[in-house]
Design a protein around this ligand. Structure first.
Ligand code: LLP
Length: 430
Protein backbone atom coordinates (compact mmCIF):
# COMPACT_ATOMS: atom_id res chain seq x y z
CA UNK A 1 0.00 0.00 0.00
CA UNK A 2 1.36 3.42 -0.90
CA UNK A 3 0.03 6.91 -1.45
CA UNK A 4 1.05 7.37 -5.09
CA UNK A 5 -2.11 6.91 -7.15
CA UNK A 6 -3.41 7.94 -10.55
CA UNK A 7 -6.67 9.86 -10.38
CA UNK A 8 -8.35 11.33 -13.46
CA UNK A 9 -5.23 10.69 -15.51
CA UNK A 10 -2.79 12.39 -13.14
CA UNK A 11 -0.35 11.01 -10.62
CA UNK A 12 -0.98 12.22 -7.09
CA UNK A 13 1.27 11.88 -4.07
CA UNK A 14 -1.24 11.83 -1.22
CA UNK A 15 -3.39 14.80 -2.29
CA UNK A 16 -0.77 16.71 -4.22
CA UNK A 17 -0.33 16.72 -7.99
CA UNK A 18 3.09 15.34 -8.82
CA UNK A 19 3.25 17.47 -11.99
CA UNK A 20 2.83 20.55 -9.81
CA UNK A 21 5.69 19.42 -7.60
CA UNK A 22 7.95 19.13 -10.63
CA UNK A 23 6.80 22.54 -11.88
CA UNK A 24 7.53 24.06 -8.47
CA UNK A 25 10.79 22.34 -7.54
CA UNK A 26 12.26 21.22 -10.88
CA UNK A 27 13.69 17.84 -11.89
CA UNK A 28 15.25 15.41 -11.18
CA UNK A 29 13.28 15.31 -7.97
CA UNK A 30 12.74 12.81 -5.18
CA UNK A 31 9.22 12.95 -3.76
CA UNK A 32 8.31 11.12 -0.55
CA UNK A 33 4.96 10.46 1.05
CA UNK A 34 4.95 10.89 4.83
CA UNK A 35 1.78 8.81 5.18
CA UNK A 36 3.41 5.90 3.34
CA UNK A 37 6.54 6.03 5.48
CA UNK A 38 4.50 5.98 8.67
CA UNK A 39 2.10 3.35 7.34
CA UNK A 40 4.91 0.89 6.67
CA UNK A 41 6.58 1.46 10.02
CA UNK A 42 3.17 0.92 11.60
CA UNK A 43 2.69 -2.35 9.70
CA UNK A 44 5.83 -3.73 11.32
CA UNK A 45 4.95 -2.33 14.75
CA UNK A 46 1.53 -3.97 14.60
CA UNK A 47 2.70 -7.31 13.21
CA UNK A 48 5.32 -7.74 15.94
CA UNK A 49 3.39 -5.98 18.74
CA UNK A 50 3.07 -9.11 20.86
CA UNK A 51 6.80 -9.17 21.61
CA UNK A 52 7.30 -5.38 21.91
CA UNK A 53 10.33 -5.22 19.59
CA UNK A 54 12.88 -2.45 19.26
CA UNK A 55 12.39 -1.38 15.63
CA UNK A 56 15.51 0.34 14.41
CA UNK A 57 14.96 2.05 11.05
CA UNK A 58 18.03 1.38 8.94
CA UNK A 59 19.56 4.79 8.30
CA UNK A 60 21.56 3.67 5.26
CA UNK A 61 18.31 3.16 3.34
CA UNK A 62 17.44 6.82 3.29
CA UNK A 63 19.08 8.98 5.90
CA UNK A 64 17.35 12.27 5.17
CA UNK A 65 16.97 14.02 8.52
CA UNK A 66 13.28 14.73 8.03
CA UNK A 67 12.63 11.06 7.36
CA UNK A 68 14.62 10.09 10.45
CA UNK A 69 12.69 12.66 12.46
CA UNK A 70 9.41 11.17 11.27
CA UNK A 71 10.62 7.70 12.25
CA UNK A 72 11.67 8.88 15.71
CA UNK A 73 8.36 10.66 16.27
CA UNK A 74 6.59 7.41 15.49
CA UNK A 75 8.61 5.36 17.91
CA UNK A 76 11.49 3.96 15.86
CA UNK A 77 15.08 3.62 16.94
CA UNK A 78 17.92 3.46 14.43
CA UNK A 79 20.32 0.97 12.88
CA UNK A 80 23.53 2.81 12.01
CA UNK A 81 26.65 1.67 10.25
CA UNK A 82 29.03 4.62 10.52
CA UNK A 83 29.80 7.65 12.61
CA UNK A 84 27.99 9.71 9.98
CA UNK A 85 24.80 7.70 10.38
CA UNK A 86 25.13 7.84 14.16
CA UNK A 87 25.46 11.61 13.82
CA UNK A 88 22.26 11.75 11.77
CA UNK A 89 20.30 9.68 14.30
CA UNK A 90 21.54 11.79 17.21
CA UNK A 91 20.81 15.00 15.29
CA UNK A 92 17.11 14.14 15.13
CA UNK A 93 17.09 13.54 18.87
CA UNK A 94 17.36 9.75 19.10
CA UNK A 95 18.78 8.51 22.36
CA UNK A 96 21.62 6.01 22.22
CA UNK A 97 19.43 3.45 23.95
CA UNK A 98 17.45 3.08 20.73
CA UNK A 99 20.45 2.79 18.42
CA UNK A 100 22.19 -0.37 17.22
CA UNK A 101 25.57 -0.15 15.50
CA UNK A 102 26.46 -2.58 12.70
CA UNK A 103 29.31 -2.84 10.21
CA UNK A 104 32.42 -4.94 9.60
CA UNK A 105 34.88 -2.11 10.04
CA UNK A 106 33.97 0.07 13.00
CA UNK A 107 36.93 2.27 13.87
CA UNK A 108 38.12 3.06 17.36
CA UNK A 109 36.72 6.59 17.05
CA UNK A 110 33.32 5.16 16.07
CA UNK A 111 33.37 2.68 18.95
CA UNK A 112 34.28 5.44 21.36
CA UNK A 113 31.53 7.75 20.23
CA UNK A 114 28.93 4.98 20.25
CA UNK A 115 29.98 3.92 23.75
CA UNK A 116 29.79 7.46 25.05
CA UNK A 117 26.28 7.71 23.55
CA UNK A 118 25.41 4.42 25.31
CA UNK A 119 24.12 2.64 22.23
CA UNK A 120 21.81 -0.29 22.87
CA UNK A 121 23.92 -2.80 20.95
CA UNK A 122 27.07 -3.25 18.90
CA UNK A 123 26.55 -5.88 16.22
CA UNK A 124 30.08 -7.25 16.23
CA UNK A 125 31.37 -9.07 13.19
CA UNK A 126 34.82 -10.50 14.04
CA UNK A 127 37.11 -11.60 16.82
CA UNK A 128 39.42 -8.67 16.04
CA UNK A 129 36.52 -6.29 16.52
CA UNK A 130 35.63 -7.88 19.87
CA UNK A 131 39.19 -7.38 21.06
CA UNK A 132 39.27 -3.78 19.89
CA UNK A 133 35.90 -2.94 21.39
CA UNK A 134 36.87 -4.50 24.74
CA UNK A 135 40.01 -2.37 24.76
CA UNK A 136 38.14 0.86 24.03
CA UNK A 137 35.46 0.02 26.62
CA UNK A 138 38.19 -0.66 29.18
CA UNK A 139 39.85 2.72 28.64
CA UNK A 140 36.45 4.35 29.08
CA UNK A 141 35.60 2.26 32.15
CA UNK A 142 32.37 0.92 30.61
CA UNK A 143 30.87 -2.37 29.46
CA UNK A 144 30.02 -2.66 25.76
CA UNK A 145 26.76 -4.47 24.97
CA UNK A 146 27.40 -6.89 22.10
CA UNK A 147 25.38 -9.03 19.73
CA UNK A 148 27.51 -11.44 17.73
CA UNK A 149 26.66 -11.06 14.07
CA UNK A 150 26.45 -14.53 12.64
CA UNK A 151 26.70 -15.55 9.01
CA UNK A 152 24.33 -18.53 9.06
CA UNK A 153 25.50 -19.91 5.69
CA UNK A 154 22.10 -20.08 3.98
CA UNK A 155 21.39 -20.72 0.28
CA UNK A 156 21.43 -17.67 -2.05
CA UNK A 157 18.22 -15.64 -1.74
CA UNK A 158 18.74 -12.32 -3.52
CA UNK A 159 21.19 -10.48 -5.79
CA UNK A 160 24.76 -11.60 -5.09
CA UNK A 161 25.77 -8.01 -4.26
CA UNK A 162 23.19 -7.75 -1.48
CA UNK A 163 23.09 -11.31 -0.12
CA UNK A 164 24.78 -11.18 3.27
CA UNK A 165 24.24 -14.67 4.65
CA UNK A 166 25.88 -16.95 2.13
CA UNK A 167 29.23 -18.57 2.76
CA UNK A 168 32.22 -16.48 1.83
CA UNK A 169 30.81 -12.94 2.15
CA UNK A 170 32.56 -10.49 4.46
CA UNK A 171 29.72 -10.20 6.94
CA UNK A 172 29.50 -11.69 10.41
CA UNK A 173 31.27 -14.51 12.15
CA UNK A 174 31.29 -17.81 10.30
CA UNK A 175 28.61 -19.85 12.02
CA UNK A 176 31.10 -22.64 12.65
CA UNK A 177 33.45 -20.36 14.59
CA UNK A 178 30.96 -18.41 16.72
CA UNK A 179 31.11 -20.64 19.79
CA UNK A 180 34.86 -20.95 19.70
CA UNK A 181 35.23 -17.16 19.52
CA UNK A 182 32.57 -16.53 22.17
CA UNK A 183 34.30 -18.93 24.57
CA UNK A 184 37.38 -16.69 24.56
CA UNK A 185 35.34 -13.75 25.83
CA UNK A 186 33.45 -15.42 28.68
CA UNK A 187 35.59 -13.68 31.29
CA UNK A 188 36.04 -10.40 29.42
CA UNK A 189 34.61 -7.90 31.87
CA UNK A 190 34.35 -4.95 29.46
CA UNK A 191 32.08 -6.77 27.01
CA UNK A 192 28.68 -8.25 27.62
CA UNK A 193 27.84 -10.70 24.86
CA UNK A 194 24.09 -10.48 25.23
CA UNK A 195 22.70 -11.17 21.77
CA UNK A 196 22.82 -12.69 18.32
CA UNK A 197 22.48 -10.66 15.14
CA UNK A 198 21.59 -11.95 11.68
CA UNK A 199 20.89 -9.71 8.70
CA UNK A 200 20.14 -12.21 5.98
CA UNK A 201 20.22 -10.05 2.85
CA UNK A 202 18.01 -7.62 1.01
CA UNK A 203 15.39 -7.70 -0.43
CA UNK A 204 13.90 -11.02 0.70
CA UNK A 205 10.57 -12.16 -0.75
CA UNK A 206 10.06 -15.34 1.27
CA UNK A 207 9.91 -16.23 4.95
CA UNK A 208 12.00 -19.33 4.42
CA UNK A 209 15.42 -17.70 5.01
CA UNK A 210 14.11 -16.30 8.32
CA UNK A 211 12.82 -19.73 9.31
CA UNK A 212 16.19 -21.30 8.52
CA UNK A 213 18.20 -18.50 10.15
CA UNK A 214 16.17 -18.65 13.33
CA UNK A 215 16.53 -22.41 13.59
CA UNK A 216 20.29 -21.90 13.59
CA UNK A 217 20.03 -18.97 16.01
CA UNK A 218 18.09 -21.12 18.50
CA UNK A 219 20.88 -23.67 18.72
CA UNK A 220 23.48 -20.95 19.08
CA UNK A 221 21.59 -19.11 21.79
CA UNK A 222 21.32 -22.29 23.86
CA UNK A 223 25.05 -23.00 23.46
CA UNK A 224 26.11 -19.44 24.23
CA UNK A 225 23.99 -19.47 27.37
CA UNK A 226 25.68 -22.70 28.40
CA UNK A 227 29.01 -20.91 28.03
CA UNK A 228 27.71 -18.33 30.50
CA UNK A 229 26.81 -15.49 28.11
CA UNK A 230 23.57 -13.80 29.21
CA UNK A 231 21.84 -13.90 25.81
CA UNK A 232 18.73 -11.74 25.90
CA UNK A 233 18.56 -10.11 22.46
CA UNK A 234 17.77 -11.55 19.05
CA UNK A 235 18.42 -9.06 16.26
CA UNK A 236 17.02 -10.35 12.95
CA UNK A 237 18.22 -7.35 10.90
CA UNK A 238 16.21 -6.05 7.96
CA UNK A 239 15.58 -7.48 4.52
CA UNK A 240 11.79 -7.52 4.18
CA UNK A 241 11.09 -7.09 0.45
CA UNK A 242 8.77 -4.65 -1.30
CA UNK A 243 6.80 -4.43 -4.54
CA UNK A 244 9.11 -3.44 -7.36
CA UNK A 245 7.41 -5.16 -10.31
CA UNK A 246 3.86 -6.03 -9.25
CA UNK A 247 2.63 -7.28 -5.90
CA UNK A 248 5.45 -9.65 -5.09
CA UNK A 249 6.19 -8.64 -1.49
CA UNK A 250 4.93 -10.31 1.68
CA UNK A 251 3.12 -8.40 4.41
CA UNK A 252 5.00 -7.82 7.68
CA UNK A 253 2.60 -10.25 9.31
CA UNK A 254 4.05 -13.15 7.30
CA UNK A 255 7.53 -12.52 8.73
CA UNK A 256 6.07 -12.05 12.20
CA UNK A 257 4.44 -15.47 12.05
CA UNK A 258 7.87 -17.04 11.71
CA UNK A 259 9.86 -14.74 13.98
CA UNK A 260 7.52 -14.04 16.92
CA UNK A 261 7.04 -17.62 18.21
CA UNK A 262 10.81 -18.23 18.07
CA UNK A 263 11.51 -15.03 20.00
CA UNK A 264 9.03 -16.04 22.68
CA UNK A 265 10.53 -19.49 22.90
CA UNK A 266 14.03 -18.08 23.26
CA UNK A 267 12.93 -15.51 25.82
CA UNK A 268 14.74 -12.73 23.96
CA UNK A 269 14.12 -9.07 23.22
CA UNK A 270 13.58 -8.76 19.46
CA UNK A 271 15.40 -6.10 17.45
CA UNK A 272 14.51 -5.48 13.80
CA UNK A 273 16.36 -3.21 11.37
CA UNK A 274 13.94 -2.58 8.50
CA UNK A 275 14.84 -0.04 5.86
CA UNK A 276 13.49 -0.80 2.41
CA UNK A 277 10.12 -2.01 3.72
CA UNK A 278 9.53 1.42 5.24
CA UNK A 279 11.07 3.78 2.69
CA UNK A 280 11.08 1.89 -0.62
CA UNK A 281 7.56 2.47 -1.84
CA UNK A 282 7.33 5.81 -0.06
CA UNK A 283 9.41 7.57 -2.70
CA UNK A 284 9.42 8.26 -6.43
CA UNK A 285 12.10 9.81 -8.59
CA UNK A 286 10.87 12.23 -11.23
CA UNK A 287 12.70 12.82 -14.48
CA UNK A 288 11.77 15.07 -17.38
CA UNK A 289 12.21 13.94 -20.99
CA UNK A 290 14.91 15.99 -22.70
CA UNK A 291 15.05 14.18 -26.06
CA UNK A 292 13.93 10.98 -27.68
CA UNK A 293 15.99 9.29 -30.36
CA UNK A 294 16.42 6.15 -32.40
CA UNK A 295 19.78 4.46 -32.75
CA UNK A 296 20.87 0.97 -33.83
CA UNK A 297 17.27 -0.11 -34.17
CA UNK A 298 16.46 0.97 -30.60
CA UNK A 299 14.41 3.79 -29.17
CA UNK A 300 15.90 5.89 -26.38
CA UNK A 301 14.09 8.19 -23.99
CA UNK A 302 16.69 10.56 -22.59
CA UNK A 303 15.46 12.22 -19.45
CA UNK A 304 17.18 14.21 -16.74
CA UNK A 305 17.32 11.59 -13.95
CA UNK A 306 20.44 9.46 -14.30
CA UNK A 307 22.52 6.71 -12.73
CA UNK A 308 24.00 9.26 -10.35
CA UNK A 309 20.48 9.83 -8.98
CA UNK A 310 19.41 6.18 -8.90
CA UNK A 311 22.15 3.61 -9.40
CA UNK A 312 20.13 0.47 -8.59
CA UNK A 313 19.25 -0.47 -12.22
CA UNK A 314 22.90 -0.13 -13.26
CA UNK A 315 24.37 -1.80 -10.19
CA UNK A 316 21.95 -4.65 -9.59
CA UNK A 317 19.86 -4.75 -12.79
CA UNK A 318 17.00 -3.72 -10.53
CA UNK A 319 13.53 -3.26 -11.97
CA UNK A 320 11.69 -0.03 -11.09
CA UNK A 321 8.22 0.60 -12.47
CA UNK A 322 8.15 3.70 -14.69
CA UNK A 323 5.10 5.54 -16.05
CA UNK A 324 4.33 9.08 -17.23
CA UNK A 325 3.09 11.41 -14.51
CA UNK A 326 0.32 12.63 -16.82
CA UNK A 327 -0.02 9.84 -19.39
CA UNK A 328 -1.32 10.50 -22.91
CA UNK A 329 -4.90 9.57 -23.82
CA UNK A 330 -5.51 5.85 -23.68
CA UNK A 331 -2.74 5.21 -21.14
CA UNK A 332 -4.30 6.85 -18.08
CA UNK A 333 -4.41 3.61 -16.14
CA UNK A 334 -0.91 2.23 -15.53
CA UNK A 335 -0.42 -1.46 -16.34
CA UNK A 336 -0.88 -4.26 -13.81
CA UNK A 337 2.18 -5.89 -15.30
CA UNK A 338 4.90 -3.51 -16.44
CA UNK A 339 6.78 -6.34 -18.09
CA UNK A 340 3.96 -7.04 -20.50
CA UNK A 341 3.77 -4.92 -23.69
CA UNK A 342 0.49 -2.99 -23.48
CA UNK A 343 -1.41 -1.98 -26.62
CA UNK A 344 0.16 1.05 -28.26
CA UNK A 345 3.26 1.07 -26.09
CA UNK A 346 6.77 1.32 -27.52
CA UNK A 347 9.76 -0.61 -26.26
CA UNK A 348 12.34 1.96 -25.11
CA UNK A 349 15.50 2.31 -23.07
CA UNK A 350 15.03 4.99 -20.43
CA UNK A 351 18.43 6.61 -20.00
CA UNK A 352 20.01 9.68 -18.42
CA UNK A 353 22.58 12.23 -19.58
CA UNK A 354 25.60 10.60 -17.88
CA UNK A 355 28.51 9.56 -20.10
CA UNK A 356 28.31 5.80 -19.58
CA UNK A 357 26.51 3.13 -21.57
CA UNK A 358 25.51 1.79 -18.17
CA UNK A 359 23.50 4.92 -17.45
CA UNK A 360 19.96 3.60 -17.65
CA UNK A 361 16.87 3.43 -15.47
CA UNK A 362 15.14 0.79 -17.58
CA UNK A 363 15.87 -1.28 -20.68
CA UNK A 364 13.39 -2.46 -23.29
CA UNK A 365 10.55 -0.95 -21.30
CA UNK A 366 7.00 -0.69 -22.67
CA UNK A 367 5.94 2.95 -22.41
CA UNK A 368 3.42 5.17 -24.17
CA UNK A 369 4.88 7.43 -26.90
CA UNK A 370 6.69 10.28 -25.13
CA UNK A 371 7.58 13.84 -26.05
CA UNK A 372 10.11 16.39 -24.87
CA UNK A 373 9.03 17.85 -21.53
CA UNK A 374 6.98 14.83 -20.45
CA UNK A 375 7.50 13.82 -16.86
CA UNK A 376 8.28 10.24 -15.87
CA UNK A 377 7.84 8.75 -12.41
CA UNK A 378 10.29 6.05 -11.36
CA UNK A 379 8.50 4.19 -8.57
CA UNK A 380 9.81 2.45 -5.45
CA UNK A 381 12.82 4.75 -5.38
CA UNK A 382 12.60 5.76 -1.70
CA UNK A 383 15.13 3.16 -0.52
CA UNK A 384 18.77 3.21 -1.65
CA UNK A 385 17.97 5.93 -4.19
CA UNK A 386 19.11 9.28 -2.84
CA UNK A 387 21.22 7.41 -0.28
CA UNK A 388 23.42 5.98 -3.04
CA UNK A 389 23.38 9.04 -5.28
CA UNK A 390 26.59 10.76 -6.32
CA UNK A 391 27.88 13.81 -8.12
CA UNK A 392 29.30 11.80 -11.02
CA UNK A 393 29.65 13.90 -14.17
CA UNK A 394 29.49 16.89 -11.78
CA UNK A 395 25.75 16.63 -11.58
CA UNK A 396 24.31 18.44 -8.58
CA UNK A 397 22.20 16.08 -6.48
CA UNK A 398 18.41 16.22 -6.79
CA UNK A 399 16.17 18.00 -4.32
CA UNK A 400 14.01 15.97 -1.95
CA UNK A 401 10.40 16.86 -1.16
CA UNK A 402 8.13 15.55 1.57
CA UNK A 403 4.41 15.46 0.95
CA UNK A 404 1.92 15.17 3.77
CA UNK A 405 -1.76 15.35 2.88
CA UNK A 406 -2.21 18.51 0.86
CA UNK A 407 1.12 20.05 1.90
CA UNK A 408 4.64 19.72 0.58
CA UNK A 409 8.01 21.03 1.62
CA UNK A 410 11.69 20.78 0.71
CA UNK A 411 13.61 18.40 2.95
CA UNK A 412 16.88 18.70 1.04
CA UNK A 413 17.52 21.54 -1.31
CA UNK A 414 18.79 20.93 -4.81
CA UNK A 415 22.57 21.17 -4.93
CA UNK A 416 24.12 23.96 -6.95
CA UNK A 417 27.24 24.09 -9.11
CA UNK A 418 28.87 26.08 -6.32
CA UNK A 419 28.14 23.21 -3.90
CA UNK A 420 30.04 20.94 -6.28
CA UNK A 421 33.24 22.99 -6.08
CA UNK A 422 32.90 24.25 -2.50
CA UNK A 423 35.47 21.86 -1.00
CA UNK A 424 38.06 22.50 -3.70
CA UNK A 425 37.87 26.04 -4.90
CA UNK A 426 40.02 27.54 -2.15
CA UNK A 427 42.84 25.11 -3.02
CA UNK A 428 43.26 26.11 -6.67
CA UNK A 429 46.96 26.99 -7.10
CA UNK A 430 47.38 30.73 -7.11
N1 LLP B 1 20.60 -4.18 8.81
C1 LLP B 1 21.80 -4.37 8.24
C2 LLP B 1 22.91 -4.83 9.06
C3 LLP B 1 21.98 -4.12 6.88
O1 LLP B 1 23.16 -4.32 6.32
C4 LLP B 1 20.88 -3.66 6.11
C5 LLP B 1 21.04 -3.37 4.68
C6 LLP B 1 19.65 -3.45 6.75
C7 LLP B 1 19.54 -3.74 8.10
C8 LLP B 1 18.44 -2.94 6.03
O2 LLP B 1 17.99 -3.84 5.09
P1 LLP B 1 16.57 -3.61 4.36
O3 LLP B 1 15.49 -3.71 5.40
O4 LLP B 1 16.59 -2.28 3.74
O5 LLP B 1 16.49 -4.69 3.38
N2 LLP B 1 21.80 -1.04 -1.81
C9 LLP B 1 21.07 -2.28 -1.91
C10 LLP B 1 20.68 -2.82 -0.57
C11 LLP B 1 21.83 -2.99 0.39
C12 LLP B 1 21.39 -3.40 1.76
C13 LLP B 1 22.49 -3.18 2.73
N3 LLP B 1 22.15 -3.56 4.07
C14 LLP B 1 19.84 -2.06 -2.81
O6 LLP B 1 19.67 -0.98 -3.34
O7 LLP B 1 19.09 -3.01 -3.03
Amino acid sequence: MDHFQYKAGKLLCEQVSVQELADTYGTPLYVYSAATLVHHLRQIQLAFKEVDPLICYSVKTNGNLSILQLMREHGAGFDVTSNGELHRALTVGSSGEKIVFAGVGKTEAEQRRALSEKVFLFNVESEAELLALAQVAKTMGVIAPVALRVNPDLPPKTHAKTDTSVKGVKFGLDIHSVLEVAQKFVKQSNLEICGIHMHLGSPILSVEPYRQGIAKAKTLVAELRKQGHPIKVLNMGGGFGIHYRKKEALPAQAFAEVIVPAVKEMGCKLVLEPGRFIAGNAGVLLGKVIYTKESGGKLFVIQDAAMNDLIRPTLYDSFHRIWPVEPPKGFEVPPEDYECPGEGTLSVDVVGPVCESGDFLAKQRHLPPLNQGDLLAVFSAGAYGMAMSSNYNSRPRAAEIMVSGTTHRVIRRRETCDDLIANEVEYIAK
